[in-house]
Design a protein around this ligand. Structure first.
Ligand code: AMP
Ligand code: TRP
Length: 342
């Protein structure tokens, strides 16, 4: 495929989203939210979204969706996203996402969509019964990003393929219409915990949809629950190695060390210099203490914010207006490029 213009021609702008499809997990925090906060402090305009339209690609109870959207907004703010410095909003309140998504449905090819592994995982064995929205999900995600001409997208490892598709859509649109209109967005997948694994199975991603609550740490878990989950986390019988190579064939040990490193803002090597040779019976209490000290202030602040839904709704309405100010002219220009009369 021909190369479209490099994203450097566009003003640096960060976009990312999280689905309000259940509570936030430690995976979301370390793989996404923590990075969102640091990017807010760097030289980017930052735009962060609760992607409720993505959430309904699988069934969501309406009352729970509303509550989860507000709780997620509280989670963003409690983690350090400042609505005065970042645009923070809910996807369905900005109709331009759906408008651009339709155009992208007509740009993306069936063959590209059929290769998406997240669709295959989520649809499972009964793909015939999956919603059309679940299949089209990555085109909506491309629209989320490109409706802001975002140049950088911080995400966990699992979203890499969707970001490649976003670049393919931008490239094909630019090529088909002979324009340099959409940037080629860069994924930002960095840090020790871009793929936090289940506490019960080191080969599975920690996920809010895992049937076992023991598999994950939720951002709303209290100190005792966090400690119990870490105590019961699956490990192997050996002591911790002194170097990262020693974790290669030990997925559960590697996961706990990665979590420690990400929470402590240390490298894995630095963590292993401190804990190499210790048995898990010593390391796990250290990890619990660190996790509780980092997560308790966040969950306390989330609880405070969730108790004030009006304040949250005000933040979301204001965020949606700010988002629309950027998105509207980009959709209008897209319609002009495509030849739609408006
Ligand atoms: P989701 O909850 O699927 O909407 O994911 C929101 C963000 O969190 C995305 O950037 C994901 O890549 C990231 N994320 C979700 N689960 C994990 C995990 N277990 N490890 C690292 N990042 C994750
Ligand atoms: N697909 C992402 C996930 O499941 C959520 C998402 C939707 C997103 N739109 C986005 C992430 C745009 C980054 C940019 O995690």
């Amino acid at each position: 495929m021909s190369e479209a213009p490099a994203s450097t021609a566009f003003t640096p702008r960060v976009f990312s989203g999280i689905q309000p499809s259940g509570g936030l997990t430690l995976g979301n925090y370390l793989g996404a939210l923590k990075r969102f906060v640091t990017m807010q402090d760097e030289a980017y305009q930052t735009v962060y979204c609760m992607v409720d339209m993505h959430a309904i690609t699988v069934w969501q109870d309406p009352a729970k969706l509303t509550a989860a959207t507000r709780e997620l907004c509280a989670g963003f703010i409690a983690s350090g996203i400042d609505p005065e410095r970042s645009i923070l909003f809910n996807q369905s309140q900005v109709p331009e996402h759906a408008q651009l998504a339709w155009i992208f449905n007509c740009v993306a090819r069936m063959g590209w969509m059929k290769r998406m592994t997240q669709f295959k995982d989520k649809a499972g064995k009964n793909a015939e019964n999956a919603s059309l929205g679940l299949f089209a999900y990555p085109a909506l995600m491309a629209a989320d990003i490109l409706v802001y001409h975002a140049t950088h997208v911080p995400v966990g490892e699992d979203q890499k393929q969707h970001l490649e598709l976003t670049r393919d859509i931008a490239t094909k649109f630019n090529h088909d219409y002979g324009v340099d209109f959409f940037p080629l967005t860069e994924p930002v997948i960095e840090g020790a915990a871009t793929r936090v694994m289940s506490l019960r199975d080191g080969s599975k991603k920690m996920s809010k949809s895992d049937p076992s609550d023991m598999s994950r740490i939720n951002m709303t878990d209290d100190a005792d629950t966090i400690a119990a989950k870490i105590r019961k986390a699956r490990t192997d019988p050996d002591a911790l190695p002194s170097e990262a190579d020693g974790l290669a064939e030990r997925p559960e040990a590697r996961n706990l060390v990665n979590i420690y490193a990400a929470l402590a803002d240390m490298t894995v090597d630095a963590v292993l210099r401190d804990v190499g040779g210790k048995p898990f019976s010593e390391f796990k209490p250290m990890l619990s203490e660190l996790a509780v000290s980092k997560l308790s202030p966040i969950s306390a602040e989330m609880a405070r914010l969730v108790a004030a839904p009006d304040e949250i709704d005000r933040i979301l309405s204001r965020g949606a207006e700010q988002a629309r100010d950027i998105a509207r002219p980009i959709v209008e220009k897209t319609y002009d490029i495509v030849g739609m009369v408006r």
